[in-house]
Design a protein around this ligand. Structure first.
Ligand code: E4P
Length: 219
C-alpha cells in the first residue's frame, strides 16, 4: 500500500519524506487555506514546492471550478506545472466528464469527495487514476467508512478496473491498518497517523531495558 500525506504543510511533508516512506501528497482547498496559501501565483508555487520535496511521487492539486470548461481549463494549467501533478476533481457530473477528457489526454486524475460505491464505479468508468472515498467523514455520521473501501476494492478487482483506491479522510492508525488489510492501493493521512504507526509501549520498555543492561557492563 502506498502512503500519501494529506496536508499542504511543507514542514510535515519534509518530515514524512525524510522518513523515507512517502509515496505522494494529497491537498485540498481547505488544507491550502489552513497554511494561509492564497492567490493564484502563490498556490501554483506551493504545488511546485511540494513536488520538489517529494521527488517522483504523485501530488494531488484540486480544481476550484465546477463546470466542465472551467475544470478542464484549470486542470490543464495545474497539470502543466509539474509532471508529478495529479488533477483532483470533485465527484459531480461535469467532474466525471472532465475526468474522461483528462484521461484521453493522458493527464492523471484523482476523483474526490466519493461517498458510495456507485460514485466510485462512475469515476473508474471515466478513467480516473485514483478514487478518493472519505472514510472518516462517513464514520463521523455513523456510516461504515471501511465497509465502503472494502466494497470499492471488491468491485474494482472483480472487473480489473485500473483505478487505484485512495482511502482518504483517515483519522487514526487503525483506519490505516484496516485499509492495508482490505487491500486499498493508497492511504492518505495526516503526519500524526503515519508516525503513530511507530509507537508501541513494549518497544519503548524493551529498548529502555536493553540500553540499561548494556550500560551496566559498559558504563
Ligand atoms: C482527501 O484527499 C482529503 O484531502 C482528505 O483526506 C479529507 O480529510 P478530512 O475528512 O480529514 O478533511
Amino acid at each position: 500500500m502506498k502512503f500519501f500525506i494529506d496536508t499542504a504543510n511543507l514542514q510535515q511533508i519534509m518530515e514524512a519524506q525524510e522518513l523515507g516512506i512517502l509515496d505522494g501528497v494529497t491537498t485540498n482547498p481547505s488544507l491550502m487555506a489552513k497554511e494561509g496559501i492564497k492567490g493564484d501565483a502563490n498556490i501554483k508555487k506551493h504545488y511546485v514546492d511540494i513536488c520538489n520535496i517529494v521527488k517522483g511521487g504523485d501530488i494531488s492539486a484540486e480544481v476550484i471550478a465546477t463546470d466542465f470548461d472551467g475544470i478542464v481549463r484549470e486542470g490543464e494549467v495545474l497539470a502543466a506545472l509539474h509532471k508529478q501533478i495529479v488533477v483532483k476533481v470533485p465527484m459531480i457530473k461535469d467532474g466525471i466528464k472532465a475526468i474522461k477528457y483528462f484521461s484521453s489526454k493522458g493527464i492523471k486524475t484523482n476523483c474526490t469527495l466519493v461517498f458510495n460505491a456507485g460514485q466510485a464505479l462512475l469515476a473508474a468508468k471515466a478513467g480516473a487514476t485514483y478514487v478518493s472515498p472519505f472514510l472518516g467523514r462517513l464514520d463521523d455520521i455513523s456510516s461504515d467508512g471501511l465497509l465502503l473501501i472494502e466494497q470499492i476494492v471488491h468491485i474494482y478487482r472483480q472487473y480489473n478496473l485500473p483505478t487505484q483506491v485512495l482511502a482518504a479522510s483517515i483519522r487514526h492508525t487503525m483506519h490505516l491498518i484496516k485499509c492495508a488489510e482490505i487491500g486499498a492501493d493508497v492511504a492518505t493521512c495526516p503526519l500524526n497517523v503515519i508516525t503513530g504507526l511507530l509507537k508501541h509501549p513494549l518497544t519503548d520498555a524493551g529498548l529502555a531495558q536493553f540500553l540499561a543492561d548494556h550500560a551496566k557492563l559498559n558504563g
